[in-house]
Structure formats: C-alpha cells, structure tokens
Write a protein that binds this ligand. Structure first.
Ligand code: PSU
Ligand code: MN
Length: 299
C-alpha cells in the first residue's frame, strides 16, 4: 500500500515519538467552513504544543496522505468536491484519483497499515434509528471490530440508536471503556441513561488494556468513550426533540446512505443556531487531549 507520510510523521516514526491520528471527514463533512478549518488547526496545534505529532489522514488526487501540510488541510476544509471515503471505497478513491476525506473506518485502515495505533475522533458512527427499515449500520463498527487500535470518541453520535449501537459493539467484540464513567456518553450530552460499561480512570489503564488485547492477538479496537466537558454539553432534554425532528426531516426528504450523517449534523447545527457546532468542536478537542496522553503512554 502506497502511503505518503508527512516529514513530521516520518521523523516521529523513525524516532519512536508519539503520534496521534486524526480523521478528515469530521473536517470536510462534519462541520461547516470556516469553523472546520479553525477546529482542524486547533487540534493539530494542541498536539504539537504537547509534543505529539498530529497525523491527519486524507486522500488528495488519489494519493493517501498520513500527516497533512497546512495547504492540504486548508484544501480539505475549503473544497466542496472532497468526497466522503469509507473503508470500502478506498480502492475506488485511489484508482479514480479522488480527493477524499476519510471516515473512522478508512482512517483506521490506513493508520494501522502505517503502524499507528492511536486515533481521536468526535463521535463514531453506529446503528441508525429506524434500522429495522433502513438496515443502516456504520462501517465504523466493523472497522472497530477488525482493526486493533485505540480510538477515542465522545460515544456514538446522538443521532443514532445508542442502545442498539452498544449491543452491536458487544456482538462484534469491540472493547468499550468509559473514561471516568460507566455510562455511555451521548455525543452532545454527557449522559444517555445507558449504563454498564467498564470505567477507566487513567490513560495508563487504557494503554494497558490495549497492550493486553494485542498480547492476546485480539483483532478488535479499544473504543474509549469520553464524555463532552460539562461546560460544553447540550443536556439531553434540550437536544432530544431537535434530533428527532432532524431524523424525521431526513426520512421525509429520502436522505439515506452516506449522506445521512452529514445531513443530520448540519440540520442540528442550524436548528440549534450553531450551539451544536460549538459542542462538537469542544468534544472533539477533548478527545484529542485524551488521545495525546494515551499516545505518550504507547510510544
Ligand atoms: N465525528 C464527528 N463528526 C463527524 C464524524 C465523526 O464529530 O462527521 C464522521 C466520522 O468520519 C465517522 C462518520 O466515521 O462521521 C460516520 O459516518 P456514517 O454514519 O455514514 O458511517
Ligand atoms: Mn450508513
């Protein structure tokens, strides 16, 4: 597999310095411009200030980049023609010379091939509401089941059916640990009312669990669910009806498949007058902070 490493990532790999993987669909399809670029730059800066090398992954003109230069990051954030590329589309994106933003599933595949074990995102994909009709279950889950990494999230996105998503993660054998909580966080909100996940209290614990999984030749990831900081959360009772309305709108407009998640996120940003965007940025940066700590323990 042909991968273009940035100078910084190449050097960090040679020196065994900590590297944190970041995805680009959250930039290209999860947030509007220019907030997306501001977020992407802040995330990278946060890593560098803490002596961790950020490795944002994206596809530019059919080439797979691990670690983006500033102009490449700007291109991904600004350009409306950048496609959303999941794991199953990687071969298509490369052979057809796409410009593509990578989702959790494709980012994980590329990162693992590059020998990078730790990745921070916002919220993972999962089992959609109304799955009994749509059969819509994100490839993120199958990637988490088959690629051994540490993935930091604020839970699964609240637009999903969270209890079905958690059940599916059990079925697929994904290790789920809550950072200082035994409750599954709900992306925009800290609580979901769904309990029973294993709580961990330090980045060292998370690194240890990952290492034990690897020593046992388990192929699944350790998914860390890290609640959004209290000051940034939108409580469930405030966001619930907005999410339900957005899901109904998508159903009425016939929006499905890979377009669904970006549509719902955008709709919720509009209906909350930008509040959900602020929360999304805050939770993703919070996941980068934790990812930085774990990356140092793993390097
Ligand atoms: N986290 C966010 N915003 C996003 C995503 C994650 O805060 O936009 C992206 C990730 O790339 C994830 C994708 O893989 O949403 C899920 O898309 P789908 O539901 O179509 O699998
Ligand atoms: Mn889907």
């Amino acid at each position: 597999m042909k991968i273009k490493l940035s100078k910084d990532v190449q050097l960090a790999l040679e020196l065994g310095q900590p590297i944190l993987v970041l995805e680009s669909t959250i930039i290209a399809h999860g947030m509007p411009y220019p907030d997306n670029l501001e977020f992407a730059k802040r995330g990278e800066r946060l890593c560098k200030e803490n002596n961790v090398i950020p490795a944002t992954i994206a596809i530019i003109n059919g080439e797979i980049f691990v670690g983006l230069e500033n102009d490449q990051l700007t291109f991904i954030a600004e350009n409306d023609s950048v496609k959303k590329v999941s794991r199953r589309e990687l071969g298509i994106a490369v052979s057809e010379k796409w410009n593509g933003a990578t989702t959790v599933s494709s980012t994980m595949h590329i990162a693992h091939q590059a020998g990078l074990p730790i990745f921070s995102t916002g919220g993972i994909g999962g089992v959609h509401r109304g799955v009994e009709f749509s059969f819509d279950i994100s490839q993120d889950l199958t990637a988490l089941a088959t690629i051994p990494m540490v993935v930091i999230s604020a839970g699964a996105k609240a637009i999903l059916d969270l209890s079905k998503t958690l059940e599916m993660m059990e079925t697929l054998g994904i290790t789920v640990v809550g950072y200082h909580t035994n409750e599954l966080p709900a992306f925009y909100s800290r609580s979901s009312g769904i309990f029973g996940i294993h709580s961990v209290s330090s980045s060292q614990n998370i690194a240890n669990i990952y290492k034990e999984n690897i020593a046992m030749a388990l192929s699944n990831s350790v998914l860390v669910v890290n609640p959004v900081p209290e000051k940034d959360e939108i409580p469930t009772h405030e966001i619930k009806s907005i999410i339900e309305t957005a899901c109904e709108t998508a159903l009425n407009l016939g929006i499905a498949g890979k377009k669904l998640t970006p549509f719902l996120l955008k709709e919720i940003v509009e209906q909350t007058a930008g509040r959900s965007l602020k929360t999304n940025k805050a939770l993703a940066l919070n996941n980068i902070k934790l990812g930085i700590e774990i990356a140092k323990k793993l390097s």
